[in-house]
Design a protein around this ligand. Sequence first.
Ligand code: FE2
Length: 424
Amino acid sequence: MFDLIVKNATLTDGRTGIDIACKDGVITAVESGITADAETLIDAKGYLLSPPFVDPHFHMDATLSLGTPRVNMSGTLLEGIALWGELKPIQSVEDIVERALRYCELAIAKGIGAIRSHVDICDDELKGVRALLEVREKVRDHIDLQLVAFPQDGVLRDPTAKDNMIRALDLGVDVVGGIPHFERTMADGADSVRLLCEIAAERGLLVDLHCDESDDPLSRHIETLACETQRLGLQGRVTGSHLTSMHSMDSYYVSKLIPLMVEAGVYAIPNPAINIMLQGRHDTYPKRRGLTRVRELRDAGITVAFGSDCVMDPWYSLGKADMLDIAFMGLHVGQLSSIADMEWCFDAVTENGARIMGLDGYGLAKGCNANFVLLQAKGKTDAIRLRAHRLTVVRRGKVISTSNEVTHQLDALSGRSLNEAMST
Ligand code: FE2
């Protein structure tokens, strides 16, 4: 007797007609024609069963705060940071917890199973840290929440940020963050990268820096990050988030930089919706896209995952916790339109983020955690095209969210999958 069986699913690797059986929170069988009984039986009707969506870059301390105390009029990153500075002193721990939990409800319904959230430590009361540590515990049975100690105002530029970083890590924040391009000078930025990587090395922690979130082609802190990763033996534990300056860099320099990143085993997390919205704001025309070189990084063998970054906060007024929206945006801005590229965009909001976050037991193989989402789509490309409806979300073998099939959607493909249509 199993706890839960899903019948007749299409898997993300393309296999069809697959049944998945779960017991004690773990996947115990993945095969066709399972006939055993289960307490819960789900008929997948041939729809796509995926491991949960993963959002590897988010700001849960700021989410759903849109309009408080005002909105971002210029649409720039820097006005967003200034606006966040106005909000910080007037929000309470309780406000942050309430908003974060409300966001987690949205995320669960959209099939997100893991979130890496940066939390601003440039606040001597550490309100965001205290709030999100509480939220991490509260949502543990529904979402894996990994926290990054993020010195929004610069670990060197802000007078108490370094002490607050240590206090936050002592309280149990998981990952070391930073923002070298916001330090006062390029030299300070490089010093901050060294300092932060040394803190992580001493404590055995992961690193995830907001790195070169700028249109300045000379913002090259990723070079220092790759170098420090190697010097300190942090290969496979370090992420450069955003990396938007790579969009504007000289291509000859990039031909040296990407191999350095490969050598160092550094990961990359672009945030397509936010990058296309915030970058290029000082350009007239032509206007830069501001998304990093996703295809080139991926083709060099670097693990690249897409993050959502912001939902209804000082930087971004839109968003609905939907990682398929993010894949859709990344696909367009990165011009990733072949079948293989579109399928990769789905991986960029699922398994690639799981690898970067170091999630144990992620996937749909026997022995993995029984965490998955059933999508009303026939495959990964259809899922992105439709931003497919999430029919059932399962966590540790238990159904935690359901919704009915959408019946009003016009079937533009006469019953075929998008892959089938593109192959004929
Ligand atoms: Fe961010």
